[in-house]
Each structure stands twice: as C-alpha cells, then as structure tokens.
Design a binder for this molecule. Structure first.
Ligand SMILES: O=c1[nH]c(=O)c2[nH]c(=O)[nH]c2[nH]1
Length: 305
C-alpha cells in the first residue's frame, strides 16, 4: 500500500477524430458532414487500478474510442453538445464504477462548395479559422453540465480603441494611445442553465450562432478604453440576449500593434503603419455570470495565443 494519497484522477481516450457523413435526399446525394475531435475522460472507482494492478474496474481507453465510433454510426450527430451528452450519459449509465464522464468536443466547420451544374452536393471547403468547442460533464454531484465555446476567432478594430490613464511607475514606458488598433484571438466558453442542458429539444446550433453573433457585434460596436472593458461588454451582450446562458468566460489575448517610428526616414506616422507583435501578448481573461449563479467554468486553463 502507498503511504501517499491518490487524488483526482481520470482516464479515457483523447482526440478521437471522426467525420460523420449523413446522406440526404431521395438518392442520398445531398451530403451533410460533421467533423469532430472527441475526447473522453472517465472518473470513478479506479483506486485499485492505480494501487493494486487489479483492472476489474477499468473500461479500456480503447473501448471508449470504439464507443465514440459506434455512436457516430448509431446516432444522428446533430451538434457537438448533443453528441457529447449521449456519450457522457452512456458511460455513466452503463458502468456502475464510472461516476462521472466528461466529454470534450471540438468541431471544425465546413461550408459547401456550390456546384450549380450538378444536383449532388458533396464538396466542401473548411470555413473560417475558428473551432467550435463543447464540454459535457454528467454524473457526480453536477448532474448534466454543458459548456459550449469557440476558439481561434481572430478579430480586429482598426480604430475606436484608446488606452490611457493607467498607473505609471518607474518601469512604465508605454505611451498613452488615443487611437489604436485593438486585436485579439477570442477563446470563449459559456455555461448553459441546467434547464437548457436537460432539454432534449434544445437547439445547440442555433444558440451557438446567436452567442457568436453577439460576441462579434459587441466587439465591433464597443468604443473601447481597454480590452478588459471590451471583454466585459462582449460577455454582457451574450447574457443580455441569450437567456439559456448563465456564465461567459473570455480569454482575449491582446495582440499588440505598435506604431512604427518612421522619423528616422523623415516620415510622419499618422497611425498608419504598425508592427504586429507576436509575443509577448497581453493576457486578458475574465468570467461574467448572472447574479446568484455559481460560476462553473474552469479559470485555470490559460489559453496560449
Ligand atoms: O487594453 C489594454 N489593457 C491593458 O491592461 C493594457 N496594458 C498594456 O500595456 N496595454 C493594454 N491594453
């Protein structure tokens, strides 16, 4: 026996890449695709597996992978959230030793390449840079918890951004800015109310589009005095407009654009030529939630820009 304490542990199979083709139309020539990266983490009675070599409670990670494949065949993949809910419930409800399952899904979006000369539609182009995310946790004390999100959504305002009035100490060299570029690569996660999570009819694709639109509109429409203020405005807009969302966490790395000094060349830089710095970036993160709701989105995952 170990004299040390086994604390949080989980296991499963990470990053199962699956593409589901659904054939529609009378001859099945209209294709729809969902391109997912599905990770499984199981929590439960796995003490003996770690301590004694008894694998009697261990559902192999290989089986969890196969389950993802089989579920993709046996069920409609209507959204990352709905697929994750099916899987999480399956693991907890089928094995007594599994107390909680967490499914993380990334979805890569594809758009149709329209081919007017043929009725079959089976050609696609990867759309955008952003990745849709979902994290489903079922069992334990949480019941069903659904956290949706997106990452790698890069946005820029080429004006309507200022930054001044900040603390100045002996290390401060930053010049005050009254018209600057504001650019960031958005990582957003939002937690749904339990009534939305438990509603089998919830339209996850629709709520994803709504949240994404409100995030982008708030970014574009906020006259910004700091990226922190923009962050708050973006999350606020989502909470004001999407009733089923209780909490929003945003990671907004400040992708700095510095004015290039053109004076050595006898030129004046009228806020026209910037150096787009790669690193370091400003680390700007925050959670905004409805009053009276306990926040559930992890604050410990730092997002690297
Ligand atoms: O929007 C900003 N917030 C900051 O906290 C900060 N700090 C900094 O150097 N530039 C900026 N910009």
């Amino acid at each position: 026996m170990s004299k040390h304490v086994l604390a949080q542990n989980q296991y499963g199979k990470a990053e199962n890449r699956i593409v589901k083709i659904t054939r529609k139309g009378s001859d099945g020539s209209w294709h729809e695709i969902r391109d997912l990266n599905v990770s499984v983490a199981l929590r439960g009675e796995f003490r003996d597996v770690h301590l004694t070599g008894d694998n009697g409670n261990c559902l192999p990670t290989d089986t969890t992978k196969n389950t993802v494949y089989a579920f993709a065949k046996e069920h409609d993949v209507t959204s990352p959230e709905a697929f994750g809910i099916l899987l999480a419930k399956h693991f907890v409800n089928s094995q007594a030793v599994i107390h909680e399952a967490q499914i993380r899904v990334e979805e890569f979006a594809w758009e149709r390449i329209p081919v007017p000369t043929r009725k079959e539609q089976h050609s696609f182009v990867r759309s955008g840079q952003e990745v849709r995310t979902a994290q489903i946790t079922y069992g334990g004390s949480t019941g069903l918890q659904v956290i949706s999100g997106l990452k790698d959504l890069t946005v820029m305002n080429s004006t309507n951004s200022e930054f001044h009035g900040y603390i100045k100490d002996k290390y401060t060299t930053l010049k005050e800015a009254y018209d600057r570029i504001l650019a960031t690569k958005v990582t957003a996660r939002w937690a749904h109310s339990s009534s939305a999570a438990d509603d089998a009819e919830h339209d996850w694709d629709r709520s994803y589009k709504k949240v994404r639109t409100h995030l982008l509109e708030a970014f574009a429409e906020t006259y910004s005095y700091s990226l922190q203020q923009t962050l708050h405005a973006m999350a606020d807009r989502v909470l004001d407009n999407v009733a089923s969302v209780n909490e929003v966490r945003l990671n907004l790395p400040n992708k700095h654009h510095f004015l290039v000094d053109l004076e050595p060349f006898g030129l004046k830089n009228d806020n026209e030529v910037y150096f787009a710095a790669d690193r370091p970036y400003g680390l700007i993160e925050g959670t905004i939630h409805r009053d009276g709701v306990r926040p559930v989105i992890s604050t410990s995952d730092w997002i690297v820009a």
